[in-house]
Design a protein around this ligand. Sequence first.
Ligand SMILES: Cc1ncc(C[n+]2csc(CCOP(=O)(O)OP(=O)(O)O)c2C)c(N)n1
Length: 364
Amino acid sequence: MPRTPIKVKPKVEYLSILDGSGKVDETLDPKLDSDRSIYLYRLMLIARRLDERCINMQRQGRIGTYGPCRGQEATHCASCICMEKEDWIVHAFREPGSFYHRGWPLETVLLFWGGYEEGCCPPEGARDLPIAVPIATQCPHAMGIAWAMKLRGDKHAVLCYCGEGGTSEGDFHEAMNFAGVYNLPVVFLIQNNQWAISIPRDKQTASETIAQKALAYGFDGIQVDGNDPLAVYVATKEAIENAKKDGGPTLIEAVTYRLSVHTTADDPTKYRSDDEVKKWEKLDPIPRFQKYLVERKILNPKLIEEIEADVQAKVAEAVDRYESKREVDPLECFDYMYANLPPELQKQREEFAACLQREGVKGH
Ligand SMILES: Cc1ncc(C[n+]2csc(CCOP(=O)(O)OP(=O)(O)O)c2C)c(N)n1
């Protein structure tokens, strides 16, 4: 028998609407109304200012290790606003804007990175999972939620955030496979920020795009400019609407860049060049969106100033609320995993308690 080509889906699209130079494709522009546009701009600014504050607070020893989202605000803010209250959002760990949008108090992010277990506690009724630091472990959770929704006849959808480094994990592939097989209402949004700590994107996978990985699992993948809030919004909205019509999953690869450190425990100058960072700073989503909104006469200098002042005040209030919380009891880190501590951990707890006592730190 001759070799015959097998027909597979021929293409993966790339979507950009508001490009890096500020040029907008009028035919694709979702033309969000002014309230929604200002809401999105403000949300991105909240994520940026909170992020800056968190870095400073970590440096001052007021929170623990922190993983910033600088440069990635469009990716998570423009996607989370596509979700209805009854939809689910399954987080990774660089989406502070999404938590705020979903009604988590702004200090949640500080509580999480400050080591308080309350930083993982969703507001009453919120259909959100908390920050997940173990890479890609949230993907099977998202798939499982979508599967349960389908079995129960719940017509909503799930949005799952993950990094491009996470796409090398088995958890990601297992979730994609099940999502495809059972045609589940889930959208995997891969924040391709080019680096997984010090591993660059081209050492992560030999695929030309992350988006095309969807094809192997039998559903659609699309690559978008992740620093373009309009493209992220349009792609997410389409994917979520499709999922709700029983159209199955979508993989969105949002091409963006981590402008800051991986976490406050890392020094990126050891593995990437200043020139690369400068190139991406020019593509920063916030000034890009601001310029577009000024041109559309939705923003003006006075309004920009007012929003900035309001955002700074909101962040300052959140820091105050965080710092007025009860004192941290370091021994609490043993409290929530086991009802009865295994002997090894019990021993560690006793040693730690003795150490705290020697150092004069109050424990319980
Ligand atoms: C299962 C697991 N392995 C290793 C780590 C350590 N780790 C933390 S972040 C990270 C890189 C993740 O890269 P990516 O998925 O691209 O997300 P990004 O940090 O760039 O947002 C690694 C390996 C982890 N948190 N979880």
